[in-house]
Design a protein around this ligand. Structure first.
Ligand code: SF4
Length: 387
């Protein structure tokens, strides 16, 4: 079984304690407050699910999680609902109630295809908006309206309109981690799995040699090292990934000789220069599954290691934990309550939806790559114009 090794904290605030009596009591209280108990029927219903999270959930905690998990899975059947679980969800959500799991792009594709009447987005608000844009006839629920995103909050539709005035004729490629309003002002969206492909397509389609890639400055800088297209960027940041540094990598290598360091492209460029491999969350998961490194560090949101570990028994995960406070708003009890009350339904105004959909559809229409993009590590920095 994979081992999870908590690393001393780098720059972040640290993980919620796992295996603590306090955490387990909190969940027990949450279940009891909803009239849910751990009995023989719940045990029989959930024993197989426990095997998926045994590596991160101690046995004594399971009676606290199981009643909520069993209730959520029953509610999904009753309401014809599916749960889209992002890679940054905690393991009990990701593995025990998630119907579709993955990064933003994978979840967007599932939202477009599902026959379910209700989609519960176990992720943040912009992801729920994307689901609603692609599946307007469905009820899309976000279990906690406070689940925002520092990156999405860094830019507005009005900002994009001003950018277009300043750079007429230059295509706007927008990361999916943005509001519907921002997508609606954009020409095409991208994810970290396909950003280079989309940038090169946009430059060719518009017949230009430069592209506006917003709002993540570090993603834009990392893309710029891999293409001859000139990049114009915005100064948005992900508050989780911007905290990693090249010094952290040096400390991790000193403390764990031979460890393989994998980084997400929302990290600063010096982090990618010092890492062994970089890619989207889907690419990082694929790397671990294909290469089975003995010991690995994932420089991304904290829960990702717990989730990948379930299918990588030969790998030990050193976890320098940086939590996304927005993703962590989504809990089992919030998902349970969303399915009971059918709140909070996400709506996108129709004219905004149609324009945002056009930008997403352009991305989805591009040929699907066989595997997510590898970002090359150790590359020299390339000049990027910051708006
Ligand atoms: S991890 Fe970063 S980009 Fe993702 S939701 Fe959190 S703040 Fe936003």
């Amino acid at each position: 079984m994979a081992r999870i090794i908590e690393a001393p904290l780098l720059n972040g605030e640290g993980c919620a304690p796992r295996g603590s009596a306090v955490g387990a009591f909190g969940k027990l209280n949450a279940a009891a407050a909803r009239g849910l108990v751990y009995d023989d029927a719940v045990k029989a219903e959930t024993d197989a699910l426990y095997e998926r999270v045994r590596h991160v959930v101690p046995e004594f905690e399971w009676p606290a999680f199981a009643p909520l998990i069993a209730a959520i899975n029953r509610l999904k059947r009753e309401k014809n609902a599916v749960i889209l679980a992002h890679n940054y969800m905690t393991a009990e959500i990701f593995h025990c109630v998630g119907d579709f799991r993955g990064d933003s792009l994978q979840l967007a594709r599932e939202a477009a295809k599902t026959d379910a009447a209700v989609i519960v987005q176990a992720g943040v608000h912009f992801m729920a908006e994307t689901s609603k844009i692609l599946a307007p006839e469905k009820t899309v629920l976000i279990p906690d309206l406070r689940a925002g995103c520092s990156l999405a909050a860094s830019i507005t539709g009005a900002d994009v309109r001003l950018i277009k005035q300043r750079y007429p004729g230059v295509p706007v490629v927008t990361y999916v981690n943005t509001s519907a309003e921002v997508k609606a002002e954009s020409d095409v969206t991208c994810t970290s799995s396909n950003a280079v492909q989309v940038v090169e397509w946009a430059a060719k389609e518009w017949g230009v040699d430069r592209v506006i890639l917003i709002p993540d400055e570090y993603l834009a800088r990392n893309v710029a090292t891999m293409t001859s297209v000139k990049i114009i960027a915005w100064k948005g940041r992900c508050e989780v990934h911007e905290r990693f540094s090249a010094e952290d990598i040096a400390e991790l290598r000193a403390a764990h000789p031979g460890v393989v360091i994998l980084a997400h492209p929302e990290c600063p460029q010096d982090v990618l220069a010092a890492a062994d491999y970089a890619g989207s969350t889907a690419a990082l998961a694929a790397y671990v599954q294909e290469k089975s490194p003995r010991k690995v560090v994932l420089l991304t949101e904290c829960s990702m290691s717990d989730n990948v570990a379930a299918s990588a028994p030969a790998t030990d995960f050193v976890k320098p934990c940086n939590l996304c406070p927005h993703m962590k708003r989504i809990s089992l009890e919030a998902i349970h309550d969303a399915l009971v009350t059918m709140e909070h339904a996400v709506e996108v105004e129709e004219s905004v939806r149609l324009r945002a959909k056009q930008a997403i559809d352009r991305m989805l229409a591009l040929p699907k790559t066989e595997r997510p993009l590898d970002f090359e590590v150790g590359r020299r920095e390339v000049a990027v114009e910051i708006i």
